[in-house]
Design a protein around this ligand. Structure first.
Ligand code: ADP
Ligand code: MG
Length: 230
């Protein structure tokens, strides 16, 4: 029988089962994670994502990202956790909580990714203004990363999420598992490059529309879907 996403009695201990900082040792012995996993919402190459709720803190639902059970997945997740911890910017996915073993982390629950939301037709009829906001938001998030010397290397519509919270509704750059600090690349050069992109986005806002094209590396599980306007 397959293990349920949450710990079931028949499931083996997780990769590096974790004790949460709240010191709930008794919980750690009974539960694989300090979160109850409610529903699978994403399945990527190196991780699964679930809607989840903390077992004890009474807070809102979060997104819980769990590394798949192979070594490279945990390495990628460690990298992602490190970057999320370092960057504090409204257009970069925030980190809420993470495993000391880097096999899971929790982040705010987003409305969805750009690809799925657009396909579902919930972004409104003015595609140009949506596209402009996406480009501006993403370029600002990437610039914040570049300021710290990080290059995302995996930008795609499924890694751009819409987040609605007290700050407002905006697009955030997510999925930092492939991030790199390029050898010999100085932070100022990266920042200069990101500024060029942001300048182009502002120009687009002033001068008119440019269609967004899907990337060839589109990873959505939906098949046969066409990008709006294509
Ligand atoms: N914070 C989140 N809130 C809501 N959905 C999310 C969140 N993080 C990821 N997802 C969903 O899960 C998908 C896969 O997550 P992602 O971080 O891109 O993992 P992978 O590295 O496996 O591609 C995303 O495209 C998105 O649809
Ligand atoms: Mg992804």
């Amino acid at each position: 029988m397959a293990c349920a996403p949450d710990l079931g009695p028949s499931c083996p201990p997780a990769l590096g089962a974790s004790v949460h900082e709240d010191g709930a040792m008794h919980q750690a012995s009974r539960h694989r994670y300090p979160y109850v996993l409610i529903k699978a919402i994403g399945d990527g190459g190196y991780a699964d994502v679930f809607r989840a709720r903390h077992r004890t803190d009474g807070g809102p639902e979060v997104a819980f990202k769990r590394a798949k059970p192979f070594e490279d997945a945990t390495r990628r997740m460690a990298r992602e956790i490190g970057v999320l911890r370092e960057i504090d910017h409204p257009n970069v996915m925030p980190l809420i909580d993470s495993s000391p073993d880097s096999d899971w982390f929790a982040m705010p629950l987003a409305d969805g990714n750009l690809y799925d939301l657009w396909r579902a037709g919930v972004l409104g009829r003015d595609g140009e203004s949506v596209a402009t906001k996406v480009v501006l938001n993403v370029s600002k998030g990437l610039q914040a990363a570049h300021d710290l010397g990080h290059v995302h290397r995996d930008i795609s519509p499924t890694n751009i999420l819409r987040l609605s919270d007290a700050i407002g509704t905006r697009w955030v750059v997510s999925d930092w598992g492939l991030v790199r600090r390029p050898a010999g690349q100085t932070t100022s050069r990266l920042t200069a490059r990101a500024k060029v992109w942001e300048h182009e986005a502002s120009r687009l806002q002033r001068r008119g529309p440019t269609p967004i094209e899907p990337t060839s590396a589109q990873t959505s599980t939906a098949s046969g879907a066409s990008w709006p306007g294509s």
